[in-house]
Ligand binder design. Structure first.
Ligand SMILES: Nc1ncnc2c1ncn2[C@@H]1O[C@H](COP(=O)(O)OP(=O)(O)O)[C@@H](O)[C@H]1O
Ligand SMILES: [Mg+2]
Length: 227
């Protein structure tokens, strides 16, 4: 088992007064190596909160998150940073590329913690291979502002994949794209899952994409229901 969430609860606001709102309420989820999972649910239902907990960007109030059998909820900040950098790739609705950096510089950002010469060479080759594969290598020296939303989102996927994560988390990755690019992005994620064996947890409003995943859940009343 790659990822195991058991009985997760998470709320926001002050526990002791009426500002408190419980978002996740005893939620459980199991993800196997190489499995693909779609998560549906209305706006405000807690989908982003859930991905943040899986990726170690936030902590649950209660419950356990295990990655490859190891409990991550007790990790220190530096252990969490390391875990995220090595094991998880994130793709957001908006690409979050740095506007002043070229595409190549952007996709290499997660590799900068390692200064070792041979590692840097390997990462550069990995960047080239992935950027060629998604058709953006020719734009490597351009800044995001000079490129389309679809091209930038493909660069964001390359950045997420650069350190060979075993799990890719995507939060409405097609939400800001036009129709043609929605299909391209969906195909790319499914290809990474099929050919590279990377597990996917994708929050999406696209039933089209959800249908192509191994399983689909809807987030409702703080829990996941199988669709
Ligand atoms: N950091 C936060 N502080 C306070 N409330 C938050 C925070 N993050 C999310 N929420 C609230 O939790 C609920 C779920 O948010 P979110 O996980 O972003 O939903 P979704 O991604 O499904 O639209 C919303 O009511 C939102 O306002
Ligand atoms: Mg969200």
């Amino acid at each position: 088992m790659l990822l195991k969430l058991e009985n997760i609860s998470k709320g926001f606001g002050n526990q002791t007064d009426s500002t408190f709102r419980k978002v996740l309420d005893g939620l459980s989820l199991h993800v196997n190596e190489g499995e693909s999972i779609a998560i549906l649910g209305p706006s405000g239902s807690g989908k982003t909160t859930l991905l943040n907990l899986i990726g170690g960007l936030d902590h649950p109030d209660r419950g356990s998150v295990q990655f490859k059998g190891e409990e991550i909820t007790g990790y220190s900040t530096s252990e969490m940073d390391r875990f995220r950098n090595e094991s998880i790739g994130f793709v957001f609705q908006l690409h979050h590329l740095l506007p002043q950096c070229t595409l190549l510089e952007n996709v290499l950002i997660p590799t900068l913690v390692n200064q070792d010469k041979s590692v840097r060479k390997e990462k550069y080759q990995r960047a080239e291979e992935l950027m060629r594969r998604v058709g953006i290598w020719e734009y490597k020296n351009k800044v995001p502002g000079k490129l389309s939303g679809g091209e930038c989102q493909r660069a964001a996927v390359v950045r997420a994949m650069i350190n060979h994560p075993s799990l890719l988390l995507a939060d409405e990755p097609t939400g800001a794209l036009d129709r043609e690019n929605v299909e391209n992005m969906a195909d790319l994620l499914l290809e990474l899952n099929r050919d590279d064996g990377i597990a996917l947890v994708v929050v999406t409003h696209s039933l089209e994409l959800a249908k192509q995943m191994d399983s689909t859940f809807e987030l409702r009343n703080g829990k996941l229901e199988k669709v």
